[in-house]
Design a protein around this ligand. Structure first.
Ligand code: LLP
Length: 427
């Protein structure tokens, strides 16, 4: 569920017409709905309430400080994956005990920073990392709390570029050797191995992989405890899918149903690292049509958002619903089924101004007639949209606006040309 809806043939975010936001803040523009963000966080908090989870919002998904701050104010901790994300999480107003630190390539400097601010736990992904962490902890006179990240070797379940738990990816400790690695630090007093972590991939549209993951996790926890490691926490990562096309994602309860009993059985505390589930459907990307053009038997809509603003369609072939902000009469709202014939629509490639044929937001997409200056909304763009935006083609990055009921505020200003060259050493 989200708070973007068409009223009198005009798209609204909560109680604000999106056309007003585009007029005031310009395009391309990311628009976020606060109610939607908080609704999704609350859904997870409720679904997993029986085990009182620590929900660590995954900063990589959308690291805007205002969004992180909102998360912190509503009880969330943070999953960070770099020193930069740790900096953001702290700035958002939480302390180290609510932060978990993931990633395959943490450096000694990042370990030191994280130990200094007392992060709750490091998710450790290799033998080499484990020993490096022990050394840094020793050098600063601290004990590092560790969750070993296991790669549970599950069947493929999502896009190959974001499936992290099939055998042979760079992620986690191989399930066949994790116990050996753990045994190797059983006597290391600088490391406290007190958790088991897994992140299965993203997005996942079924609870089944979590069922398989926790089953393997329970066996490992038992064995790790037998080695003398005080395993107190299961961290099941993130990955919960959202509706991109229609209502394809299971509710939070479906994931809780398989995870909660395992957490109880293990007598553990639960950490989760959701990102997309919270912010994905809470954001849209608003763009303005510049030209339309027919060429080579195809219809093109050239608009002012490009692959540098939203790279997901070209990087993962991912589908985002697109519809005019003020559709021509007779086309009141996006269809439930984009594959179906919609009378009066034609198929378009929705493309941007960047100089690559891979620069598109959608291909072969049925849309009502649009004209230059019309506004388009690209939906479900809150996760990994702005977070993955770049300045490619020297395009200043978009502005971001947060809507709360009738109110709205700029939470990141549009970049300027001066911003583009500022970090470059003066010529
Ligand atoms: N925890 C870990 C260790 C992760 O690697 C990730 C995402 C998450 C949590 C959060 O996953 P979520 O709940 O958002 O699914 N750029 C891609 C997705 C990459 C996901 C990277 N890791 C996309 O746009 O689909």
């Amino acid at each position: 569920m989200d708070h973007f809806h068409y009223k009198n043939d005009l798209l609204n975010c909560e109680d604000v017409p999106v056309s007003e936001l585009a007029k005031q803040y310009g395009t391309p523009l990311y628009v976020y709905s606060q109610r939607t963000l908080l609704h999704h966080l609350a859904q997870l908090q409720r679904a997993f309430a029986a085990v009182d989870p620590l929900i660590c919002y995954s900063v990589k998904t959308n690291g805007n400080l205002h969004i992180c701050k909102l998360m912190a104010e509503h009880g969330s901790g943070f999953d960070v994956t770099s020193g930069g994300e740790l900096y953001r999480a702290l700035k958002a107003g939480v302390t180290g005990e609510k932060i978990v630190f993931a990633g395959v390539g943490k450096t000694a400097a990042e370990f030191r920073y994280a130990l200094e601010v007392g992060v709750k736990m490091f998710n450790v992904e290799s033998d080499a990392e484990l020993h490096a962490l022990g050394e840094v902890a020793g050098s600063v006179g601290k004990v590092a709390s560790v969750a070993l990240r296991v790669n549970p070797a599950l069947p493929p379940k999502t896009h190959v570029k974001t499936d992290t738990s099939v055998k042979g990816t760079k992620f986690g400790l191989d399930i066949d050797s994790i116990l050996e690695v753990a045994q190797g630090v059983a006597d290391n007093r600088k490391l406290r191995v007190c958790g088991l972590h897994m992140h299965l991939g993203s997005p996942i549209l079924s609870a089944q992989p979590y069922r398989e993951g926790v089953e393997k996790g329970l066996v490992l926890i038992d064995r790790l405890r037998k080695q003398g490691h005080p395993i107190e926490t299961i961290n099941m990562g993130g990955g919960f899918g959202i509706h991109y096309r229609k209502q394809e994602a299971p509710p939070a309860d479906a994931f809780a149903e398989v995870i909660v009993p395992a957490v109880k059985q293990a007598g553990c505390k639960l950490v989760l690292e959701p990102g997309r589930f919270i912010v994905g459907n809470a954001g849209i990307l608003v763009s303005r049509v510049i030209y339309t053009k027919d060429s080579g038997g195809r219809h093109f809509i050239i608009q002012d958002a490009a692959m540098n603003d939203l790279i997901r369609p070209t990087l993962y072939d991912s589908f985002h619903r697109i519809w005019p902000v003020a559709p021509a009469s007779g086309f009141p709202a996006p269809p439930d089924d984009y594959e179906a014939e919609i009378p009066g629509t034609v198929k378009n490639d929705v493309v941007g101004p960047v100089c690559e044929s891979g620069d598109f937001l959608a291909k072969d997409r049925r849309l009502p007639p649009v004209q230059p200056d019309d506004l388009l909304a690209t939906f479900s763009a809150g996760a990994y949209g702005m977070a993955m935006a770049s300045n490619y083609n020297s395009r200043p990055r978009a502005a971001e606006v947060l809507v709360d009921g009738k109110n709205h505020r700029l939470i990141r200003r549009r970049e300027t040309f001066e911003d583009l060259v500022r970090p470059e050493i003066e010529v």
